[in-house]
Design a protein around this ligand. Structure first.
Ligand SMILES: [Fe+2]
Length: 295
């Protein structure tokens, strides 16, 4: 199937309400307040929302929304999922309304995480960050990237290449084995890491347009006492200059600038020994609370 980009991410947790301040005041993301489902909805661009945070008993990834180009691509994807032996359900009119999309197909991957394919997400036509930052790199590159933890890296790599139609970007061995995938020029839209028999969400990356936006947000986190999980650094594979904050949702947001774009005609898949040229010092060694033992 042909996925264009990462469209939205839905998470849940007991501290969902805190995002109403954390998003606008720290990340610079305005809120969308007309949603049909209870939660805090963060905007990164003209789209109605990109991150949805719902009240829940525990910190958890609830769904990952993958954008396809339109109804034909959605039909094709549903057929591909059927051929791959996955139970894919059409989203009802009410489910589409709740996600603010025109068309929706929902399924679970072999490790139980919920994925949603969609087209026709609502646009609000205008966007303005809530802090003095230049804004987020989205458009055809999607909202950023998501890093999942799954218990079988080799099987997951086959699954996302064969079933999702993603292309391999590279592998990194440390701090745990990771595989990186792209579906548009953004170096990776998805990465999968293996941390023993665990499954869940590690982090979501948001890319800003100006290096100073990383700097001012970093400074703001330090001054406001927002806990960092990894300090400033530059990644070895996608060249992202970034830091990681521990969000009120228990997972991390990587706030970065300068991500590499891939030209598939010339790309070569490498295995890299470490994730960063410099920095990314681990400040909080506790794993995200959105990662759980399998089963
Ligand atoms: Fe990342």
């Amino acid at each position: 199937m042909k996925i264009s980009s990462l469209g939205y991410v839905g998470v849940g947790g007991p501290r969902a309400g805190e995002w109403a301040k954390f998003g606008p005041e720290i990340l610079g993301t305005p809120l969308w307040t007309e949603a049909a489902v209870e939660g805090v909805y963060l905007r990164l661009d003209e789209r109605a929302y990109r991150i949805a945070v719902h009240p829940a008993a525990r910190d958890e990834l609830q769904y990952v929304g993958w954008e396809v180009s339109g109804p034909a691509a959605l039909e094709e994807a549903a057929a591909d999922l059927g051929r791959a032996g996955l139970a894919a359900a059409r989203g009802s009119a009410d489910e589409c309304r709740r996600r603010a999309v025109e068309g929706l197909v929902v399924f679970r991957d072999p490790w139980g995480l919920r994925h949603e394919l969609f087209y026709g997400q609502r646009s609000l036509l205008s966007f303005r960050p809530t802090r003095d930052i230049s804004g987020f790199v989205t458009g055809g590159l999607g909202m950023g990237h998501v890093v999942l933890v799954l218990p079988e890296l080799a099987a997951a790599t086959r699954f996302f290449v064969d079933t999702f139609g993603f292309r391999l970007s590279d592998f990194i061995d440390l701090p745990f084995p990771l595989a990186f995938f792209h579906c548009n020029p953004r170096h990776h839209t998805l990465a999968v890491g293996q941390m023993g028999p665990m499954v869940g969400l590690h982090h979501v990356m948001l890319e800003v347009k100006d290096l100073n936006d990383v700097g001012t947000t970093y400074e703001l986190c330090k001054k406001s006492g927002v806990p960092l999980s990894m300090d400033l650094g530059r990644h070895s594979n996608d060249r992202m200059l970034s830091f990681y904050v521990r969000t009120p949702g228990g997972f991390e947001i990587e706030y970065g600038w300068g991500g590499l774009l891939i030209d598939d005609a010339a790309w070569q898949v490498l295995r890299l020994p470490k994730p960063s040229y410099w920095g990314h010092e681990l400040v909080n060694p506790a794993p995200p609370t959105t990662i759980y033992p399998v089963g």
